[in-house]
Design a binder for this molecule. Structure first.
Ligand SMILES: NC(=O)c1ccc[n+]([C@@H]2O[C@H](COP(=O)([O-])OP(=O)(O)OC[C@H]3O[C@@H](n4cnc5c(N)ncnc54)[C@H](O)[C@@H]3O)[C@@H](O)[C@H]2O)c1
Length: 252
């Protein structure tokens, strides 16, 4: 028995990285999880891990930049699990290491399309179900936005927009019993680790700006923070952002 027994959760970008860790953490608390990802093989692998735990899970191969595919993903979750109680907007793509003056139209389309625009698409499509008396939305921002990290202009602009979306939806949707919060992670799991493996000097630099000098884990760190926000202990928490960043933003 977990704190989320029988709840229906959608996790975007759960075909790998932090999203997979979040899906595992939610499933271990008893949630049914719809795993949405552009990477269909990754989504299938996550579902195999979840069903291996005895959880019920569904893989949806979708590009979240397309509102029709987002609507179809939410419908698939509802067809399978009856409703949507928990929506985790985790997926995002962006090009990094770009000087601010060199940001391209494509960079903006990618960061905003996969970030705030997809977040609004999912929140809009899931709203009729989230107002079922329990709704929880957890959006992903970034520690890079809080610092802010140079060379990440399109990404940080898009993450800032997710902060605004979180606050305004929290204000408007409180009357429907829906909480809307964000997580701001930093230095977590595979994607960032791959970059740091290739750039050991940057690794030293980044870890030297963390209070807790280690990488975070998608399941044990980000996933458990999502479980808190999605669970009964956070029923009076809305419109806020939890930094899950080893103290990086606080340190800077
Ligand atoms: N890893 C970190 O250290 C870190 C730091 C700060 C913030 N974050 C944020 O946490 C979240 C997860 O990060 P991550 O490192 O696990 O990322 P990741 O790149 O490892 O995984 C992102 C997932 O999203 C999916 N995805 C990308 N574009 C998509 C699209 N158009 N449609 C559907 N799925 C798509 C990818 O296939 C992938 O499975 C992101 O919002 C990221 O900005 C991560």
């Amino acid at each position: 028995m977990g704190t989320l027994n029988g709840k229906s959760a959608i996790v975007t970008g759960a075909g790998g990285g932090i999203g997979r860790g979040v899906a595992l953490a939610l499933a271990k608390e008893g949630a049914n999880v719809t795993v949405v990802d552009l990477n269909g093989d990754g989504a299938d692998e996550t579902v195999a891990l979840l069903t291996g735990l005895g959880a019920d899970a569904l893989a949806v191969h979708a590009d979240i930049r397309d509102s029709a595919q987002v609507d179809a993903a939410v419908s698939a979750a509802v067809d399978r699990f009856g409703t949507v109680d928990i929506l985790v907007n985790n997926a995002m793509g962006a090009r990094g290491q770009v000087a601010f003056e060199d940001i391209t139209d494509d960079d903006l389309d990618l960061a905003f399309g996969t970030g705030p625009i997809a977040t609004v698409y999912f929140m809009r499509a899931a709203f009729p179900y989230l107002k079922n008396g329990y709704g929880r939305v957890i959006n992903f921002r970034s520690g890079a936005e809080m610092i802010p990290l140079g060379g990440m202009g399109s990404y940080i602009a898009a993450k800032g927009a997710i902060g605004g979306i979180t606050r305004v939806a929290a204000r408007e949707w409180g009357v429907h019993g829906i909480t809307v919060n964000s997580i701001a992670p930093s230095a977590m799991t595979a994607a960032a680790k791959g970059y740091f493996d290739a750039n050991p000097d940057k690794l030293k630099e980044v870890l030297s700006t963390q209070s807790l000098q280690r990488f975070g884990d998608g399941e044990a760190d980000a996933g458990r923070a999502v479980v808190y926000l999605a669970g009964p202990d956070a029923s009076y928490v809305t419109g806020t952002t939890i930094s899950v960043d080893g103290g990086g933003a606080f340190y800077s």
